[in-house]
Design a protein around this ligand. Structure first.
Ligand code: DGL
Length: 289
């Protein structure tokens, strides 16, 4: 159903809205900030509900709609779903519900992996919900016909990244049990099908060795965002100084620390809270500068 009450005023100066269940989408945010340095951003981390990957597709869809309404109300000109799980669950519904708004979604980068494999075996690590969505099935049908494709969920990995445990013994053990079967199958390309995983790249490479190529779609998502903005005449002018604001439905203090560590973020973080299906800003003491 169309959300008709959302007519909105976009201008090139308006920010890009970006969201994820937590800090994973920051791997996309950092690429957007790098490739499009004049663009302002609003980033929502729905940390009250992280992880999304073990939830039902219907639940994730409702969260994605609520976050989109919130980002629109804050003036976003376009929405980047910096989350494979939410893209798989909700991209189609969001495009139907908000027909005047452009969305950039994500999908595990099966195509480049299938094109570049030498061993003929590629592997995808992602959440359970991502593998259940129809987007992933259509990806496999379209691009993986000529290769052997191995898939693996990594229970607990998103939570470890959310706790900032990028390199602890527990993270390494979790990665070992998730990656070993893929290595044994002979995969030479490992698709990082969850935006939390690029933050583990160093630890992953230590396990896989240098002969396995990690495929992170974040640079391609940033390029696609640039293309959509150009097409819509919505690129921020170079005279503008970009402003970035992060919102979390979890702890702003924890996000402040982790966002600084992961991507060097030093801007404002605001607390938001779910009221039914909608997000609201909490003003006052929860505001962290
Ligand atoms: N970072 C997200 C993804 O790309 C979601 C992970 C989760 O919350 O389970 O799939």
């Amino acid at each position: 159903m169309t959300e008709a009450r959302f007519s909105f005023n976009r201008s090139p100066e308006s920010p890009i809205g970006i969201f994820d269940s937590g800090v994973g989408g920051l791997s996309v945010w950092r690429e957007i900030a790098r490739q499009l340095p004049h663009e302002s951003t609003l980033y929502v981390a729905d940390q009250e509900h992280v992880p999304y990957g073990t939830r039902s597709l219907a639940e994730v869809r409702e969260y994605a709609k609520g976050i989109t309404r919130f980002l629109l109300a804050q003036g976003a000109k376009i929405i980047v779903i910096a989350c494979n799980t939410a893209s798989g669950a909700a991209l189609r519904t969001l495009r139907e519900s908000f027909p005047d708004l452009a969305f950039v979604g994500m999908e595990p980068a099966v195509k480049p992996a299938a094109e570049n494999t030498h061993s003929g075996v590629i592997a995808v690590i992602a959440t359970q919900a991502t593998f259940q969505g129809e987007l992933f099935h259509s990806l496999v049908e379209r691009f993986a016909a000529g290769v052997r494709l191995e898939t693996q969920i990594c229970p607990g990995l998103v939570e470890l990244v959310e706790r900032g445990e990028l390199d602890t013994p527990e993270t390494e053990a979790t990665l070992h049990s998730c990656l070993n079967p893929l290595l044994q199958a002979g995969a030479d390309h490992l698709v990082l099908g969850c935006t939390h995983y690029p933050f583990l790249a160093e630890t992953i490479t230590r396990i896989t060795g240098p002969n396995v190529t990690l495929v992170d779609p974040a640079p391609a998502v940033a390029r696609q965002t640039a293309r959509v903005l150009t097409h819509q005449n919505l690129c921020a002018p170079a005279s503008i100084e970009a402003k970035h604001t992060f919102f979390t439905s979890g702890s702003p203090e924890a996000l402040k620390k982790l966002a600084h560590r992961l991507v060097g973020f030093e801007g404002a973080i605001q607390s938001i809270v779910w009221r039914g299906n909608d997000l609201q800003i909490i003003k006052g003491e929860d505001y962290v500068k």
